[in-house]
Design a protein around this ligand. Structure first.
Ligand SMILES: Nc1ncnc2c1ncn2[C@@H]1O[C@H](COP(=O)(O)OP(=O)(O)OP(=O)(O)O)[C@@H](O)[C@H]1O
Ligand SMILES: [Mg+2]
Length: 311
């Protein structure tokens, strides 16, 4: 096969597609490759992972590259089948009776018609009958809407579900029949260098102070995920906000260098604002978010100050 012929094959098109999508996100090569393989194969997938692990970022990058819509739906007890599918405008029904014209499409029908990805976050919180509606749409790639007719999905329609493995409040335990109809990928937290690159990208913090803040914010945020008194630690969003808040605090306090003796306290204050609401205490332990954060801060800045040093 000549190079030209090879460049024309579907395989190299998909690989080139992957490269373009990868250029929009930091790291996550394996997660992106596996997710892309599933959706390119025409399949639906469940992404299971804690908050802030690039699920939305990856899907946004894929759908933007494909030029198709990404429709978000939050799974909760209020997500009835009617909300997902759509409803007839009641005022117009009174005047005109039911018709296809006065049907207001819900996100499922919209995603099917537009050939978009329907992204259902906290999938396991949706009621059973809603999940069943979804499963039927996934299996048939079409849906019968009363008084409207059968709506057929465009070929790029996909259902992407996500859920947080730590989440057990108000959730439906997914039945084996639901699991049997979905592909699944478990996504975990990014590694330290990737988190640092993400935080650098999202905060644009630079210079000696910015670089030290990024390293410290990522380190203390990661420590919240290992702390024995916490059920769940903070995602990379906490590290992003820690750097943003610390940068403003540094301006307010006229602190310009990480060698300033007030620097450790500055990081602690930024941690309180950015992390105390993002960590979830183990109910069985009597402590406070502030106390846990103090411990993490002491580990970084007092017990192991060498860890906080640059390099
Ligand atoms: N790989 C990445 N590249 C660039 N930015 C990222 C990446 N991962 C996460 N981020 C940034 O971190 C934040 C959270 O990421 P994202 O929204 O993708 O997480 P998520 O897995 O969808 O979380 P949730 O389960 O809470 O919805 C976003 O602000 C995003 O910009
Ligand atoms: Mg998300």
């Amino acid at each position: 096969m000549t190079d030209l012929a090879r460049a024309d094959t579907g395989a190299s098109r998909l690989a080139a597609n992957r490269e373009r999508i990868a250029s929009r996100i930091v790291g996550r090569e394996r997660e992106l490759e596996l997710t892309l393989a599933a959706v390119a194969a025409g399949r639906d997938i469940l992404l299971e992972g804690p908050p802030g692990t690039s699920k939305t970022t990856m899907l946004t990058a894929i759908t933007e590259e494909w030029g198709i819509p990404l429709l978000f739906v939050e799974g909760n007890a209020d997500l009835t089948p009617a909300k997902l599918v759509g409803h007839h405008n009641p005022a117009r029904v009174l005047q005109e009776d039911y018709s296809a014209e006065n049907f207001v499409a819900g996100p499922l029908v919209e995603a099917m018609k537009e050939g978009g990805f329907l992204y259902i976050e906290e999938f396991n919180r949706a009621p059973e009958d809603t999940l069943n509606t979804l499963l039927t749409a996934m299996a048939d790639r079409s849906i019968a809407v009363p008084r409207v007719g059968r709506i057929h999905a465009k070929p790029t329609f996909r259902v992407i579900a996500s859920m947080n493995p730590y989440d057990n409040v108000g959730t439906t335990r997914l039945s084996t029949s639901v699991h049997d109809r979905l592909n699944r990928l478990s996504v975990d937290y990014q590694d330290t260098p990737s988190e640092q690159r993400i935080v650098a990208l999202r905060t644009a913090a630079q210079g000696e102070l910015g670089e030290r803040l990024i390293a410290d914010a990522v380190a203390v945020t990661r420590a919240t995920r290992r702390h024995p008194d916490l059920k769940q630690g903070s995602s990379v969003r906490g590290a992003i906000d820690c750097v943003l808040v610390a940068t403003k605090l540094a301006e307010l306090r006229d602190l310009r260098s990480p060698d300033d003796e007030r620097y450790p306290e500055l990081v602690f204050d930024a941690m309180i604002v950015s992390l105390s609401g993002r960590i979830h205490l183990d109910e069985a332990i009597e402590t406070t978010p502030e106390r846990v954060l103090r411990e993490i801060w002491e580990d970084r800045f007092i017990l192991e100050p060498h860890a906080a040093a640059p390099g």
